[in-house]
Structures are given as structure tokens and as C-alpha cells.
Design a protein around this ligand. Sequence first.
Ligand code: SF4
Length: 205
Amino acid sequence: MSHNLSIAAKIPVTEAEGPGKRFAVWVQGCPFRCPGCCNPQYLDFTGGTSNISPAQLAGEIVEYQNEIEGVTFIGGEPFSKAAALGEVAGLIREKGLSVMVFTGYTLGELSDSADPAYPARSALLSNTDLLVDGRYQRENHITNRRWIGSSNQEVHFLTDRYIDLKDQWPAEANTIEIRYKDGQLTINGFPDPDITKKSLKLLKK
Ligand code: SF4
């Protein structure tokens, strides 16, 4: 299997995909098909910009190291490319940057050492500070816990890096960012396709 990555989208500096200012990377491809997924265009494994090496992506992120405090991997499913992203995460953590990952797997699934995918998964997991886990459940959609799309999902503080946020994060509501550049509108940070449609209607008025 190729160790290179297919990337669906990147935002070099965002404040809507985790604590502080972060470089966000949307990985192309997800094995799950959650009804109501907010990024259906990122589910096919064949799309995106392909053949990006871990060193190439890490180098691009490090160029922004003075503007950001970390990177967020989101998708798609980051753990479908866990070995490559584990390498990226290791390289950028050496520069003092933090790593946050949004995954459809549960932490329990990722921690199953009997699964053949475990060595690759642990390469990424061991370089992750914050993990938001679990498939999106449309019937359990919530908006009042920052970075969380449905009530089954959890934020796991896997290192002490963000331990000071542990008590305050559930009380904060989700946020969105809207960008208009080169004739293209992009919205990120709020995992709710209905809200996205409402925002677009407002902007058309
Ligand atoms: S795990 Fe995430 S990206 Fe994958 S289908 Fe579910 S909501 Fe979409």
C-alpha cells in the first residue's frame, strides 16, 4: 500500500478546527458512510490531490509554524492513512506543534491490538494530543459541545498538552468560518450540512 496521501483540502490557518490557530488537513477517503456526513465529497478514496508524501505535507505545515500552534487532521478518515499521518505528526511535533485528529473510529477500536491495522493506527495515535472519536449520528446531532457533531462522540485528551481545556471545552458552542477567495466560497468548522445550507441562503440575499 502506498505510504503517500490523498488530500481533499487544506486551510493553513483556521481557528474553527481545534484549539488556537491550526493548519487543517482534510484527508480524502473514508470507509464509513454516516447519514448526514458534512463532507460527503471527501468519502471516495479516489479523489483529492494524490501522491503527497508525509515529508512534503510536514514541510508545508512547518512553513506556518510561527502562525499556528498545531495541526488538525480531519476527513475523510485520517486513520485510513494512519502510518503516513503518524509520520507527519511525528515530524511536526518535533517542531513543538500539537496534533488533533477527528476520526470516525472509536478510541476503543483504534486501541484493539489484535486488529491487523493496529501498528499503523498506533503510529498516529501515539503522536496525537487531542482525539475526537466516533461515527457521526444524525439522530443524536448536537451543537453545544465544541468540535462535537453528535452526542456519542468524545474529546480525548491523550497528552497533557491541552489538559487546561478539559474543564471548559464542553460548555463552548461550535463555530464556523466562512471564506470567499478567488470566486469560491468555503465553510468549515461546523459539522452540520443544514446549517451550511442556511448560511449559503443568507449570503445569497
Ligand atoms: S466518519 Fe466522518 S467523514 Fe466518515 S462518513 Fe462518518 S461523518 Fe463522514
